[in-house]
Design a protein around this ligand. Structure first.
Ligand SMILES: Cc1cc2nc3c(=O)[nH]c(=O)nc-3n(C[C@H](O)[C@H](O)[C@H](O)COP(=O)(O)OP(=O)(O)OC[C@H]3O[C@@H](n4cnc5c(N)ncnc54)[C@H](O)[C@@H]3O)c2cc1C
Length: 566
Protein backbone atom coordinates (compact mmCIF):
# COMPACT_ATOMS: atom_id res chain seq x y z
CA UNK A 1 0.00 0.00 0.00
CA UNK A 2 1.44 3.42 -0.87
CA UNK A 3 2.62 5.10 2.31
CA UNK A 4 0.64 8.29 1.84
CA UNK A 5 -2.55 6.22 1.67
CA UNK A 6 -1.47 4.08 4.58
CA UNK A 7 -0.83 7.21 6.63
CA UNK A 8 -4.31 8.48 5.85
CA UNK A 9 -5.80 5.17 6.99
CA UNK A 10 -3.63 5.11 10.10
CA UNK A 11 -4.80 8.61 10.97
CA UNK A 12 -8.44 7.63 10.41
CA UNK A 13 -8.01 4.64 12.68
CA UNK A 14 -6.43 6.83 15.34
CA UNK A 15 -2.93 5.34 15.12
CA UNK A 16 0.21 7.37 15.06
CA UNK A 17 1.13 7.99 11.43
CA UNK A 18 4.85 7.52 12.06
CA UNK A 19 6.25 4.33 10.51
CA UNK A 20 9.45 2.60 11.48
CA UNK A 21 12.46 3.88 9.62
CA UNK A 22 10.81 7.08 8.42
CA UNK A 23 11.52 10.58 9.68
CA UNK A 24 8.99 13.38 10.15
CA UNK A 25 5.68 13.54 8.30
CA UNK A 26 2.87 16.10 8.08
CA UNK A 27 0.98 14.58 11.00
CA UNK A 28 3.81 15.27 13.47
CA UNK A 29 4.85 18.43 15.35
CA UNK A 30 8.31 18.28 13.76
CA UNK A 31 6.72 19.14 10.38
CA UNK A 32 7.75 22.67 9.30
CA UNK A 33 5.21 25.47 9.63
CA UNK A 34 4.28 27.77 6.75
CA UNK A 35 6.52 30.49 8.17
CA UNK A 36 9.49 28.12 8.48
CA UNK A 37 8.97 27.06 4.85
CA UNK A 38 8.80 30.68 3.87
CA UNK A 39 12.05 31.38 5.75
CA UNK A 40 13.76 28.62 3.81
CA UNK A 41 12.49 30.08 0.54
CA UNK A 42 14.02 33.41 1.55
CA UNK A 43 17.32 31.71 2.44
CA UNK A 44 17.31 30.19 -1.06
CA UNK A 45 17.30 33.73 -2.48
CA UNK A 46 14.25 33.89 -4.78
CA UNK A 47 15.89 36.80 -6.64
CA UNK A 48 18.72 34.55 -7.93
CA UNK A 49 18.53 33.80 -11.64
CA UNK A 50 16.98 30.36 -12.13
CA UNK A 51 15.88 30.86 -15.71
CA UNK A 52 16.87 29.61 -19.09
CA UNK A 53 19.30 27.17 -20.61
CA UNK A 54 23.05 27.24 -20.91
CA UNK A 55 23.97 28.70 -24.25
CA UNK A 56 26.83 31.06 -23.54
CA UNK A 57 30.18 30.49 -21.97
CA UNK A 58 31.04 33.07 -19.30
CA UNK A 59 34.77 32.75 -19.80
CA UNK A 60 34.40 33.32 -23.55
CA UNK A 61 32.40 36.50 -23.07
CA UNK A 62 28.88 35.32 -22.39
CA UNK A 63 26.89 35.81 -19.23
CA UNK A 64 26.56 33.17 -16.51
CA UNK A 65 24.01 30.55 -17.28
CA UNK A 66 21.56 28.97 -14.94
CA UNK A 67 20.40 25.77 -16.62
CA UNK A 68 17.86 23.54 -15.01
CA UNK A 69 18.07 20.95 -17.76
CA UNK A 70 20.83 19.15 -19.65
CA UNK A 71 21.87 21.05 -22.76
CA UNK A 72 21.80 19.27 -26.14
CA UNK A 73 18.60 17.53 -25.28
CA UNK A 74 16.42 17.55 -28.36
CA UNK A 75 14.64 20.89 -28.80
CA UNK A 76 16.08 21.89 -25.44
CA UNK A 77 13.72 19.39 -23.95
CA UNK A 78 13.80 19.11 -20.20
CA UNK A 79 13.52 15.82 -18.38
CA UNK A 80 9.91 14.68 -18.33
CA UNK A 81 8.58 17.74 -20.11
CA UNK A 82 9.25 20.11 -17.26
CA UNK A 83 8.65 23.63 -18.50
CA UNK A 84 11.36 25.95 -17.45
CA UNK A 85 10.65 29.60 -17.82
CA UNK A 86 12.09 29.91 -14.37
CA UNK A 87 12.65 27.34 -11.69
CA UNK A 88 11.39 28.12 -8.22
CA UNK A 89 13.82 28.03 -5.30
CA UNK A 90 11.57 25.58 -3.47
CA UNK A 91 8.76 23.25 -4.54
CA UNK A 92 6.41 21.81 -1.96
CA UNK A 93 4.00 18.90 -2.13
CA UNK A 94 0.52 20.29 -1.80
CA UNK A 95 -1.73 17.32 -1.31
CA UNK A 96 -1.49 14.17 0.73
CA UNK A 97 -3.01 11.87 -1.85
CA UNK A 98 -1.73 8.39 -2.41
CA UNK A 99 -0.69 8.39 -6.05
CA UNK A 100 2.88 8.05 -7.23
CA UNK A 101 4.33 10.91 -9.20
CA UNK A 102 4.95 9.07 -12.43
CA UNK A 103 3.16 5.79 -11.99
CA UNK A 104 -0.05 7.67 -12.79
CA UNK A 105 1.22 10.84 -14.38
CA UNK A 106 -1.99 11.33 -16.35
CA UNK A 107 -3.89 11.93 -13.13
CA UNK A 108 -1.41 14.32 -11.59
CA UNK A 109 -3.16 17.02 -9.68
CA UNK A 110 -2.21 20.41 -11.11
CA UNK A 111 -0.91 21.58 -7.74
CA UNK A 112 1.48 18.62 -7.52
CA UNK A 113 2.54 18.52 -11.16
CA UNK A 114 5.55 20.82 -10.71
CA UNK A 115 7.04 19.01 -7.75
CA UNK A 116 6.57 15.68 -9.51
CA UNK A 117 8.45 16.90 -12.57
CA UNK A 118 11.09 18.58 -10.41
CA UNK A 119 11.71 15.30 -8.59
CA UNK A 120 12.12 13.28 -11.83
CA UNK A 121 10.88 9.82 -11.06
CA UNK A 122 11.78 7.00 -13.43
CA UNK A 123 10.07 4.13 -11.75
CA UNK A 124 7.29 5.76 -9.80
CA UNK A 125 7.68 6.08 -6.08
CA UNK A 126 6.37 8.93 -4.00
CA UNK A 127 7.43 12.50 -4.54
CA UNK A 128 9.48 14.17 -1.85
CA UNK A 129 7.69 16.80 0.21
CA UNK A 130 10.21 19.51 -0.75
CA UNK A 131 12.49 20.03 -3.74
CA UNK A 132 15.10 22.80 -3.37
CA UNK A 133 17.12 24.36 -6.20
CA UNK A 134 20.07 26.07 -4.44
CA UNK A 135 22.43 28.28 -6.43
CA UNK A 136 25.26 28.51 -3.85
CA UNK A 137 26.94 26.33 -1.23
CA UNK A 138 25.38 28.49 1.52
CA UNK A 139 21.94 27.73 0.13
CA UNK A 140 22.77 24.02 0.11
CA UNK A 141 23.75 24.36 3.78
CA UNK A 142 20.49 26.17 4.59
CA UNK A 143 18.54 23.35 2.94
CA UNK A 144 20.45 20.63 4.81
CA UNK A 145 20.01 22.46 8.13
CA UNK A 146 16.26 22.87 7.46
CA UNK A 147 15.94 19.16 6.74
CA UNK A 148 17.88 18.22 9.85
CA UNK A 149 15.89 20.56 12.07
CA UNK A 150 12.61 19.03 10.88
CA UNK A 151 13.79 15.45 10.82
CA UNK A 152 13.38 15.13 7.05
CA UNK A 153 15.43 12.62 5.15
CA UNK A 154 17.51 14.05 2.31
CA UNK A 155 18.40 12.92 -1.17
CA UNK A 156 20.28 14.67 -3.95
CA UNK A 157 19.89 14.90 -7.70
CA UNK A 158 21.50 16.75 -10.58
CA UNK A 159 20.31 16.06 -14.13
CA UNK A 160 17.98 13.23 -13.12
CA UNK A 161 19.60 10.74 -15.52
CA UNK A 162 19.73 8.07 -12.84
CA UNK A 163 18.22 4.93 -14.39
CA UNK A 164 17.76 3.36 -10.98
CA UNK A 165 15.90 5.99 -8.99
CA UNK A 166 18.47 5.93 -6.25
CA UNK A 167 17.24 9.38 -5.19
CA UNK A 168 13.68 8.14 -4.69
CA UNK A 169 13.96 6.40 -1.36
CA UNK A 170 13.12 9.34 0.84
CA UNK A 171 9.44 9.69 1.69
CA UNK A 172 8.26 12.98 3.12
CA UNK A 173 11.78 14.19 2.75
CA UNK A 174 13.65 16.83 0.85
CA UNK A 175 15.32 16.46 -2.53
CA UNK A 176 18.16 18.89 -3.22
CA UNK A 177 18.67 19.47 -6.95
CA UNK A 178 22.17 20.71 -7.74
CA UNK A 179 21.40 21.48 -11.41
CA UNK A 180 22.07 25.19 -10.93
CA UNK A 181 25.60 24.84 -9.49
CA UNK A 182 27.54 25.73 -12.62
CA UNK A 183 30.93 27.13 -11.68
CA UNK A 184 33.82 26.39 -14.11
CA UNK A 185 37.42 27.38 -13.30
CA UNK A 186 40.43 26.11 -15.21
CA UNK A 187 43.68 25.83 -13.23
CA UNK A 188 46.63 28.01 -14.21
CA UNK A 189 48.41 25.10 -15.92
CA UNK A 190 45.14 23.86 -17.51
CA UNK A 191 45.68 20.40 -16.04
CA UNK A 192 42.61 20.48 -13.79
CA UNK A 193 39.23 22.15 -13.86
CA UNK A 194 36.98 22.96 -10.91
CA UNK A 195 33.34 22.33 -11.82
CA UNK A 196 30.01 22.96 -10.13
CA UNK A 197 28.26 19.64 -9.56
CA UNK A 198 25.26 20.62 -11.70
CA UNK A 199 27.21 20.72 -14.95
CA UNK A 200 26.73 18.31 -17.81
CA UNK A 201 29.65 16.99 -19.84
CA UNK A 202 28.67 18.90 -22.95
CA UNK A 203 28.91 22.15 -21.00
CA UNK A 204 32.36 21.20 -19.73
CA UNK A 205 33.75 19.95 -23.06
CA UNK A 206 32.48 23.15 -24.65
CA UNK A 207 34.27 25.19 -21.98
CA UNK A 208 37.57 23.31 -22.41
CA UNK A 209 37.57 23.23 -26.23
CA UNK A 210 39.57 23.27 -28.39
CA UNK A 211 42.70 22.16 -26.58
CA UNK A 212 41.55 20.11 -23.57
CA UNK A 213 38.79 17.69 -22.59
CA UNK A 214 37.70 15.69 -19.56
CA UNK A 215 37.12 11.95 -19.56
CA UNK A 216 33.37 11.49 -19.96
CA UNK A 217 30.66 9.06 -21.01
CA UNK A 218 29.28 8.63 -24.50
CA UNK A 219 26.35 10.90 -24.05
CA UNK A 220 26.11 14.70 -24.13
CA UNK A 221 23.39 15.25 -21.57
CA UNK A 222 24.84 13.16 -18.71
CA UNK A 223 25.90 15.07 -15.60
CA UNK A 224 29.49 15.16 -14.39
CA UNK A 225 28.53 14.17 -10.86
CA UNK A 226 26.68 10.85 -11.01
CA UNK A 227 28.88 9.59 -13.83
CA UNK A 228 32.14 10.48 -12.08
CA UNK A 229 31.43 9.23 -8.57
CA UNK A 230 29.69 6.03 -9.75
CA UNK A 231 32.67 4.89 -11.80
CA UNK A 232 32.22 6.35 -15.28
CA UNK A 233 33.08 4.56 -18.53
CA UNK A 234 33.45 6.23 -21.90
CA UNK A 235 35.55 7.02 -24.95
CA UNK A 236 38.70 7.54 -22.88
CA UNK A 237 38.28 4.90 -20.15
CA UNK A 238 41.31 2.79 -21.06
CA UNK A 239 43.64 5.77 -21.70
CA UNK A 240 42.50 8.40 -19.18
CA UNK A 241 40.88 6.17 -16.57
CA UNK A 242 37.38 5.82 -15.25
CA UNK A 243 35.39 8.75 -13.88
CA UNK A 244 36.55 8.01 -10.34
CA UNK A 245 40.22 8.10 -11.42
CA UNK A 246 39.86 11.64 -12.70
CA UNK A 247 38.51 13.27 -9.51
CA UNK A 248 41.28 15.28 -7.85
CA UNK A 249 39.15 16.93 -5.18
CA UNK A 250 35.53 17.62 -4.30
CA UNK A 251 33.55 19.88 -1.98
CA UNK A 252 30.61 18.47 -0.07
CA UNK A 253 28.02 19.61 2.45
CA UNK A 254 27.68 16.78 4.93
CA UNK A 255 24.82 15.86 7.25
CA UNK A 256 26.04 18.24 9.99
CA UNK A 257 25.66 21.14 7.55
CA UNK A 258 29.41 21.72 7.24
CA UNK A 259 31.07 22.31 3.87
CA UNK A 260 34.17 20.08 3.57
CA UNK A 261 36.95 19.94 1.03
CA UNK A 262 38.01 16.36 0.33
CA UNK A 263 41.21 15.27 -1.40
CA UNK A 264 44.06 12.84 -0.79
CA UNK A 265 45.22 14.97 2.20
CA UNK A 266 41.99 16.32 3.73
CA UNK A 267 39.10 14.09 4.75
CA UNK A 268 40.82 11.39 2.75
CA UNK A 269 38.50 8.63 4.00
CA UNK A 270 35.49 10.42 2.53
CA UNK A 271 37.53 11.19 -0.60
CA UNK A 272 38.10 7.46 -1.02
CA UNK A 273 34.50 6.51 -0.22
CA UNK A 274 32.73 8.89 -2.60
CA UNK A 275 34.91 7.83 -5.55
CA UNK A 276 33.14 4.53 -6.13
CA UNK A 277 30.77 4.48 -3.16
CA UNK A 278 28.55 6.60 -5.39
CA UNK A 279 25.33 8.55 -5.25
CA UNK A 280 23.68 10.78 -2.69
CA UNK A 281 24.32 8.89 0.52
CA UNK A 282 27.37 10.95 1.60
CA UNK A 283 26.10 14.50 1.38
CA UNK A 284 25.52 17.16 -1.25
CA UNK A 285 28.58 17.46 -3.45
CA UNK A 286 28.83 21.04 -4.65
CA UNK A 287 31.93 20.84 -6.85
CA UNK A 288 34.35 18.39 -8.43
CA UNK A 289 37.88 19.14 -9.55
CA UNK A 290 38.69 16.92 -12.53
CA UNK A 291 41.85 16.17 -14.42
CA UNK A 292 41.93 17.44 -18.02
CA UNK A 293 43.48 15.72 -21.06
CA UNK A 294 44.56 16.55 -24.58
CA UNK A 295 44.37 14.55 -27.81
CA UNK A 296 47.55 13.18 -29.45
CA UNK A 297 49.33 15.58 -31.79
CA UNK A 298 47.96 13.85 -34.89
CA UNK A 299 44.45 13.72 -33.52
CA UNK A 300 42.19 10.74 -33.02
CA UNK A 301 39.68 8.85 -35.18
CA UNK A 302 36.06 7.92 -34.64
CA UNK A 303 35.19 4.59 -36.26
CA UNK A 304 31.81 3.00 -36.79
CA UNK A 305 31.25 -0.54 -38.05
CA UNK A 306 27.98 -2.21 -38.96
CA UNK A 307 26.49 -5.51 -39.99
CA UNK A 308 22.82 -5.86 -40.77
CA UNK A 309 21.51 -9.32 -41.65
CA UNK A 310 17.93 -10.25 -42.18
CA UNK A 311 18.12 -13.78 -40.83
CA UNK A 312 19.98 -16.17 -38.60
CA UNK A 313 20.19 -19.19 -40.91
CA UNK A 314 23.98 -19.43 -41.05
CA UNK A 315 24.46 -20.02 -37.36
CA UNK A 316 27.89 -21.57 -37.84
CA UNK A 317 29.17 -18.44 -39.52
CA UNK A 318 27.71 -16.27 -36.73
CA UNK A 319 29.29 -18.48 -34.11
CA UNK A 320 32.75 -18.41 -35.74
CA UNK A 321 32.63 -14.66 -36.30
CA UNK A 322 31.59 -14.13 -32.71
CA UNK A 323 34.56 -16.20 -31.51
CA UNK A 324 36.92 -14.22 -33.75
CA UNK A 325 35.48 -10.92 -32.54
CA UNK A 326 35.79 -11.82 -28.88
CA UNK A 327 39.40 -12.90 -29.51
CA UNK A 328 40.14 -9.61 -31.31
CA UNK A 329 38.83 -7.22 -28.64
CA UNK A 330 41.41 -8.06 -25.93
CA UNK A 331 44.21 -7.41 -28.43
CA UNK A 332 43.17 -3.75 -28.88
CA UNK A 333 45.45 -1.55 -26.78
CA UNK A 334 44.56 1.37 -24.49
CA UNK A 335 44.23 3.76 -27.46
CA UNK A 336 40.93 2.02 -28.34
CA UNK A 337 37.72 2.59 -26.44
CA UNK A 338 34.34 1.60 -27.78
CA UNK A 339 31.02 -0.16 -27.62
CA UNK A 340 29.25 -2.84 -29.61
CA UNK A 341 25.49 -3.40 -29.66
CA UNK A 342 23.98 -6.74 -30.68
CA UNK A 343 20.33 -6.15 -31.42
CA UNK A 344 18.17 -9.18 -31.91
CA UNK A 345 14.53 -9.65 -32.79
CA UNK A 346 12.47 -12.84 -32.99
CA UNK A 347 10.76 -13.58 -36.32
CA UNK A 348 7.74 -15.77 -36.82
CA UNK A 349 9.11 -16.94 -40.15
CA UNK A 350 10.82 -20.31 -40.42
CA UNK A 351 12.39 -19.31 -43.77
CA UNK A 352 14.38 -16.74 -41.81
CA UNK A 353 15.32 -19.18 -39.07
CA UNK A 354 13.46 -17.43 -36.27
CA UNK A 355 15.54 -14.30 -35.79
CA UNK A 356 17.10 -11.22 -37.34
CA UNK A 357 19.91 -9.20 -35.92
CA UNK A 358 22.20 -6.25 -36.44
CA UNK A 359 25.57 -5.36 -34.95
CA UNK A 360 26.76 -1.78 -34.49
CA UNK A 361 30.19 -0.97 -33.17
CA UNK A 362 31.71 2.44 -32.43
CA UNK A 363 35.28 3.10 -31.31
CA UNK A 364 37.35 6.17 -30.55
CA UNK A 365 40.98 5.50 -31.49
CA UNK A 366 43.75 7.78 -30.22
CA UNK A 367 45.64 7.76 -33.49
CA UNK A 368 45.14 8.11 -37.23
CA UNK A 369 43.05 5.95 -39.56
CA UNK A 370 46.23 4.64 -41.17
CA UNK A 371 47.58 3.49 -37.81
CA UNK A 372 44.33 1.56 -37.26
CA UNK A 373 44.24 -0.21 -40.63
CA UNK A 374 45.02 -3.72 -39.29
CA UNK A 375 42.09 -3.55 -36.90
CA UNK A 376 39.76 -2.23 -39.62
CA UNK A 377 40.80 -5.18 -41.83
CA UNK A 378 40.16 -7.65 -39.00
CA UNK A 379 36.70 -6.18 -38.48
CA UNK A 380 35.93 -6.47 -42.22
CA UNK A 381 36.98 -10.12 -42.20
CA UNK A 382 34.10 -10.88 -39.85
CA UNK A 383 31.64 -8.75 -41.86
CA UNK A 384 31.84 -5.69 -39.61
CA UNK A 385 32.07 -3.13 -42.40
CA UNK A 386 33.53 0.29 -41.68
CA UNK A 387 30.77 2.85 -42.18
CA UNK A 388 32.59 5.85 -40.72
CA UNK A 389 36.19 6.93 -40.06
CA UNK A 390 36.22 10.57 -38.99
CA UNK A 391 39.34 12.43 -37.91
CA UNK A 392 38.93 14.13 -34.54
CA UNK A 393 40.98 17.23 -33.87
CA UNK A 394 38.77 18.86 -31.23
CA UNK A 395 37.03 16.42 -28.96
CA UNK A 396 34.09 18.68 -28.15
CA UNK A 397 33.04 19.02 -31.80
CA UNK A 398 32.98 15.31 -32.26
CA UNK A 399 31.33 14.61 -28.96
CA UNK A 400 28.34 16.70 -29.88
CA UNK A 401 28.20 15.29 -33.43
CA UNK A 402 28.60 11.73 -32.22
CA UNK A 403 25.81 11.83 -29.72
CA UNK A 404 23.31 13.93 -31.68
CA UNK A 405 20.88 15.84 -29.52
CA UNK A 406 19.34 13.34 -27.16
CA UNK A 407 15.68 12.86 -26.58
CA UNK A 408 15.24 12.56 -22.83
CA UNK A 409 12.31 10.31 -22.17
CA UNK A 410 11.19 8.93 -18.86
CA UNK A 411 12.19 5.30 -18.72
CA UNK A 412 9.12 3.33 -17.64
CA UNK A 413 10.52 0.38 -19.60
CA UNK A 414 13.10 0.12 -16.86
CA UNK A 415 10.49 -0.69 -14.29
CA UNK A 416 10.72 -4.14 -12.83
CA UNK A 417 7.88 -6.53 -13.69
CA UNK A 418 7.11 -10.24 -13.48
CA UNK A 419 9.22 -10.80 -16.57
CA UNK A 420 11.96 -8.23 -16.03
CA UNK A 421 14.33 -7.32 -13.23
CA UNK A 422 14.17 -3.74 -14.54
CA UNK A 423 16.93 -1.15 -14.68
CA UNK A 424 20.08 -1.83 -16.65
CA UNK A 425 21.27 -5.35 -15.77
CA UNK A 426 25.02 -5.50 -16.21
CA UNK A 427 28.14 -7.52 -15.51
CA UNK A 428 31.76 -6.38 -15.18
CA UNK A 429 33.99 -8.85 -17.00
CA UNK A 430 37.74 -9.45 -16.92
CA UNK A 431 39.94 -10.17 -19.93
CA UNK A 432 40.07 -13.93 -19.31
CA UNK A 433 36.30 -14.24 -19.69
CA UNK A 434 36.16 -12.67 -23.15
CA UNK A 435 35.11 -15.93 -24.81
CA UNK A 436 32.33 -16.35 -22.24
CA UNK A 437 30.82 -13.05 -23.35
CA UNK A 438 30.69 -14.45 -26.89
CA UNK A 439 29.08 -17.60 -25.53
CA UNK A 440 26.46 -15.63 -23.59
CA UNK A 441 25.54 -13.72 -26.75
CA UNK A 442 25.35 -16.95 -28.76
CA UNK A 443 23.13 -18.46 -26.07
CA UNK A 444 20.82 -15.46 -26.24
CA UNK A 445 20.60 -15.65 -30.03
CA UNK A 446 19.87 -19.37 -29.96
CA UNK A 447 17.24 -19.06 -27.23
CA UNK A 448 15.63 -16.17 -29.03
CA UNK A 449 15.57 -18.02 -32.38
CA UNK A 450 14.02 -21.07 -30.72
CA UNK A 451 11.64 -19.48 -28.21
CA UNK A 452 11.67 -15.74 -28.65
CA UNK A 453 8.05 -15.30 -29.56
CA UNK A 454 6.87 -17.24 -26.57
CA UNK A 455 9.23 -16.09 -23.82
CA UNK A 456 9.12 -12.49 -22.72
CA UNK A 457 12.44 -10.74 -22.48
CA UNK A 458 14.47 -13.57 -23.99
CA UNK A 459 15.43 -11.53 -27.06
CA UNK A 460 16.93 -8.58 -25.20
CA UNK A 461 19.88 -6.71 -26.66
CA UNK A 462 23.48 -7.26 -25.59
CA UNK A 463 25.83 -4.27 -25.30
CA UNK A 464 29.57 -4.64 -24.80
CA UNK A 465 31.22 -1.50 -23.38
CA UNK A 466 34.90 -2.02 -24.07
CA UNK A 467 35.43 1.34 -22.43
CA UNK A 468 36.69 0.65 -18.93
CA UNK A 469 40.20 0.54 -17.51
CA UNK A 470 41.15 -3.15 -17.70
CA UNK A 471 43.52 -2.70 -20.62
CA UNK A 472 45.20 0.44 -19.37
CA UNK A 473 48.90 0.58 -20.25
CA UNK A 474 49.79 1.59 -16.70
CA UNK A 475 47.26 0.12 -14.28
CA UNK A 476 45.28 2.76 -12.39
CA UNK A 477 45.73 2.66 -8.64
CA UNK A 478 43.29 0.09 -7.25
CA UNK A 479 43.42 1.27 -3.63
CA UNK A 480 42.93 4.98 -4.12
CA UNK A 481 39.27 4.60 -5.11
CA UNK A 482 36.47 2.47 -3.68
CA UNK A 483 35.18 0.71 -6.82
CA UNK A 484 35.18 -3.08 -6.59
CA UNK A 485 38.19 -5.07 -7.73
CA UNK A 486 35.92 -6.51 -10.45
CA UNK A 487 35.40 -3.01 -11.82
CA UNK A 488 39.11 -2.18 -11.58
CA UNK A 489 40.06 -5.32 -13.49
CA UNK A 490 37.21 -5.34 -15.98
CA UNK A 491 37.93 -5.28 -19.68
CA UNK A 492 34.22 -5.02 -20.46
CA UNK A 493 31.06 -3.70 -18.91
CA UNK A 494 28.32 -5.81 -20.50
CA UNK A 495 24.68 -4.74 -20.41
CA UNK A 496 21.89 -7.02 -21.49
CA UNK A 497 18.32 -6.20 -22.29
CA UNK A 498 17.01 -7.81 -19.17
CA UNK A 499 14.67 -10.66 -18.50
CA UNK A 500 13.30 -12.38 -15.44
CA UNK A 501 15.36 -13.12 -12.32
CA UNK A 502 15.94 -16.66 -13.61
CA UNK A 503 17.22 -15.44 -16.98
CA UNK A 504 19.48 -12.83 -15.43
CA UNK A 505 20.77 -15.08 -12.66
CA UNK A 506 21.88 -17.58 -15.31
CA UNK A 507 23.72 -14.78 -17.18
CA UNK A 508 25.38 -13.61 -13.95
CA UNK A 509 26.45 -17.17 -13.16
CA UNK A 510 28.19 -17.45 -16.52
CA UNK A 511 29.71 -13.96 -16.58
CA UNK A 512 30.34 -12.63 -13.09
CA UNK A 513 29.37 -11.38 -9.65
CA UNK A 514 29.44 -7.57 -9.91
CA UNK A 515 27.68 -4.85 -11.83
CA UNK A 516 28.48 -1.19 -12.52
CA UNK A 517 26.40 0.73 -9.99
CA UNK A 518 25.16 3.38 -12.43
CA UNK A 519 23.95 0.72 -14.86
CA UNK A 520 22.76 -2.25 -12.88
CA UNK A 521 19.54 -4.24 -12.49
CA UNK A 522 16.80 -2.47 -10.53
CA UNK A 523 16.04 -5.67 -8.65
CA UNK A 524 18.78 -8.09 -7.65
CA UNK A 525 17.87 -11.48 -6.25
CA UNK A 526 19.48 -13.05 -3.21
CA UNK A 527 20.53 -15.88 -5.56
CA UNK A 528 22.58 -13.27 -7.43
CA UNK A 529 24.20 -12.18 -4.16
CA UNK A 530 21.80 -9.36 -3.25
CA UNK A 531 22.39 -5.69 -4.11
CA UNK A 532 25.10 -4.98 -1.49
CA UNK A 533 27.40 -7.66 -2.87
CA UNK A 534 26.57 -7.22 -6.52
CA UNK A 535 27.01 -3.44 -6.52
CA UNK A 536 29.65 -2.80 -3.84
CA UNK A 537 31.30 -6.23 -3.50
CA UNK A 538 34.14 -6.42 -0.98
CA UNK A 539 34.01 -2.65 -0.31
CA UNK A 540 30.60 -2.54 1.38
CA UNK A 541 31.64 -2.86 5.02
CA UNK A 542 34.45 -0.29 4.80
CA UNK A 543 32.13 2.11 3.00
CA UNK A 544 29.45 1.62 5.65
CA UNK A 545 31.89 2.52 8.43
CA UNK A 546 32.64 5.82 6.67
CA UNK A 547 28.94 6.46 6.09
CA UNK A 548 28.36 6.04 9.84
CA UNK A 549 31.19 8.45 10.64
CA UNK A 550 29.95 11.29 8.41
CA UNK A 551 26.20 10.64 8.64
CA UNK A 552 25.58 8.84 11.94
CA UNK A 553 21.84 9.52 11.90
CA UNK A 554 21.36 8.52 8.26
CA UNK A 555 20.07 11.88 7.15
CA UNK A 556 21.01 11.15 3.53
CA UNK A 557 18.95 8.42 1.90
CA UNK A 558 19.54 6.65 -1.34
CA UNK A 559 18.10 3.40 -2.75
CA UNK A 560 20.64 0.57 -2.98
CA UNK A 561 23.35 2.89 -1.69
CA UNK A 562 25.67 2.51 1.30
CA UNK A 563 23.55 2.52 4.46
CA UNK A 564 20.25 1.67 2.76
CA UNK A 565 18.35 -1.05 4.64
CA UNK A 566 20.74 -0.85 7.63
C1 LIG B 1 21.34 8.91 -21.87
C2 LIG B 1 22.30 8.26 -20.91
C3 LIG B 1 23.57 7.90 -21.33
C4 LIG B 1 24.49 7.34 -20.44
N1 LIG B 1 25.75 7.02 -20.89
C5 LIG B 1 26.68 6.58 -20.01
C6 LIG B 1 28.02 6.31 -20.41
O1 LIG B 1 28.39 6.47 -21.58
N2 LIG B 1 28.90 5.89 -19.50
C7 LIG B 1 28.55 5.69 -18.20
O2 LIG B 1 29.42 5.33 -17.39
N3 LIG B 1 27.30 5.91 -17.78
C8 LIG B 1 26.36 6.34 -18.66
N4 LIG B 1 25.07 6.58 -18.24
C9 LIG B 1 24.72 6.31 -16.85
C10 LIG B 1 25.11 7.51 -16.02
O3 LIG B 1 26.47 7.42 -15.66
C11 LIG B 1 24.26 7.54 -14.75
O4 LIG B 1 22.90 7.65 -15.10
C12 LIG B 1 24.69 8.67 -13.84
O5 LIG B 1 24.19 8.41 -12.57
C13 LIG B 1 24.21 10.00 -14.36
O6 LIG B 1 24.72 11.03 -13.57
P1 LIG B 1 23.94 12.42 -13.47
O7 LIG B 1 24.68 13.25 -12.52
O8 LIG B 1 23.65 12.92 -14.83
O9 LIG B 1 22.54 11.90 -12.92
P2 LIG B 1 21.68 12.23 -11.61
O10 LIG B 1 20.43 11.43 -11.85
O11 LIG B 1 21.52 13.67 -11.40
O12 LIG B 1 22.49 11.65 -10.44
C14 LIG B 1 22.93 10.32 -10.39
C15 LIG B 1 23.13 9.91 -8.94
O13 LIG B 1 24.11 10.73 -8.33
C16 LIG B 1 23.57 11.36 -7.16
N5 LIG B 1 23.91 12.77 -7.22
C17 LIG B 1 23.65 13.64 -8.23
N6 LIG B 1 24.12 14.86 -7.91
C18 LIG B 1 24.66 14.76 -6.68
C19 LIG B 1 25.33 15.70 -5.82
N7 LIG B 1 25.53 16.96 -6.18
N8 LIG B 1 25.77 15.25 -4.63
C20 LIG B 1 25.60 13.97 -4.25
N9 LIG B 1 24.98 13.05 -5.02
C21 LIG B 1 24.52 13.43 -6.23
C22 LIG B 1 22.06 11.20 -7.24
O14 LIG B 1 21.52 10.95 -5.98
C23 LIG B 1 21.85 10.04 -8.15
O15 LIG B 1 21.64 8.89 -7.42
C24 LIG B 1 24.13 7.12 -19.10
C25 LIG B 1 22.83 7.48 -18.67
C26 LIG B 1 21.93 8.05 -19.56
C27 LIG B 1 20.56 8.42 -19.08
Amino acid sequence: MPRRLSLALFALLGFSARLAGSACDPSLPCWPTESEISALTTALDPSADRSGLLRTNPVKGGSPYPAGIPIYSQNDQALYGYELDALKPLYTYNTTLEYDCFAQSTVLHPEDRDICFASTRNNGGQAPAFVAFPTTTEQVQASVNFAKKHDLCLSVLGTGHDFLDRHSNCEFGMLIRTSLLKEMTLSGDSNTVKLGSGLTFSEVQDFLAPSRYVASGWSVTVGILGWSIGGGHGPFGPSAGLGVDNIQEFEIVTADGNALTCNSESNSDLFWAVRGGGASTWGVITSLTLQTHSLPENGATLFQFYVDMDNYCDTDMFSKNMDTYMALLPTLDERWSGLTFFTVEALDDSAKCGLQYSIFSQYVFLGTEEEAQDVVDSMAAIRLQKILARKITTWNDDYVKMADPEYLLPTPWMRPSDTSVGGVPSVLIPREKSADVGQAIKNRFNECAANGLTQDGICGRYEIYHAVSGNAKEPFDADSVSITSSFRNALYHVVTGGGSHDTMDAVYELLGDNCYQNECAYEISEAAGGWKKRVYGEQYDDLLAIKKKYDPETVFWCRHCIGDEE
